[in-house]
Design a protein around this ligand. Sequence first.
Ligand code: UT7
Length: 390
Amino acid sequence: MARDKKRDFRSNKPIYAHIVGWGMRVPRSVLTNKDLAAIIDTSDIWIQSRTGIRERRIADEDETTARLGLFAAKQALAITDILPQEIDLIIVATSTPENIFPSTASLIQHWLGANNAGAFDLSAACSGFVYGVDMAAQAIRSGSIQTALVIGAETMSRVLDWQDRATCILFGDGAGAVVLQARETPGGLLSSVLRSDGAGYDLLGLPTYCGMDVRSTDGLREPKLHKMYMAGGEVFKFATRVIGESIKQATKEAGITLKDIKLIIPHQANERIIQAAARSLNLSDDLFMSNLAHYGNTSAASIPIALYEAVEQRRINAGDYIIFVGFGGGLTWAATVIQWTVSQPGDQVVNRRQERKRRAGYALVNVRVMMRKWQKRIARLFSILSRRNE
Ligand code: UT7
């Protein structure tokens, strides 16, 4: 079905990539600054005054990166009333994938029953979601696909060094997702700025077995395998510089001015970074979406989670120009201007038949996953028994 529709878009008319669905999922457990102060040498006052963070969500064992991403994706599909089979491409931006491979995106593709979709993970740290949105939009605008699902999902708590108080207090877990779709109506993604400066590779990272000698800049602390490290002060300076620069460039390329912007949704790293960026652009803090008090820094998930809450709070309306701006490990940074074109969730009519179809599809996948698990268990049991009998 999706294949046939695609042919209609192979005309000479320009194609625009619009965000038509959005979703989020955060873990159940809340870890407050007070809770943290009970386990490491810190205080609620220090964390709040230096970062603006009050609490963050921490994933339980069953709340993996893929499962959080899956629930955010299901919500995004429900909002826009799209069936998983209509998705052509799934991109998961993450620094905490389930595995190096297979990709978290493939797992989500399977669990959704998105049988017509390609899927891959994207590694650009906290800028990853903006990179993913741009990649998906370019594929849509080229006419090669019609519908894409872009997810930012993280379980940062699993890779934090809980003895490093300058870093572990900052991060939290969660996932956000958007559905992008081809339309002939002008709007959607208007411009993007994607950048990297690998010279700063040792300022922020997560070493794996395959890595070379990565040292923190102070030269005193050796990074630990599979634990995140960060030279906070350096990253702070970098972030405040690139947010302003990339926003200016993206607005210029979109043919609009800063005055036209309704809302800027920055990567949620530190309230002081957001305030410094606002000052450098001569803009009011109110123009910047901030929800980091409740979730901390959820890396690639922070922008889609903030987007979801901004829509819920009715801070974005059809016709508005908004900006996503991300920055992080790599070093990488990215900004994109989007003209929002859809109405509010409450204003959309959900087709009950489609909803039933989606639910039935998810139930069928769940049954298949369960059956596969049992098949494996039984096969293992048989192999143990036959070895005993030999
Ligand atoms: O998503 C990736 C992007 N990441 C970021 O954007 C993070 C950017 N960096 C930051 O947000 C800030 O640099 C931090 C929040 C990480 C640190 O804030 P800061 O104002 O730069 O503090 P600092 O590192 O200069 O440390 C100041 C003092 C130090 O003590 P001394 O040496 O002055 O005695 C630290 O040991 O604060 C101390 N400190 C703490 N004290 C209580 C560091 N962490 C803590 C803590 N609680 N958790």
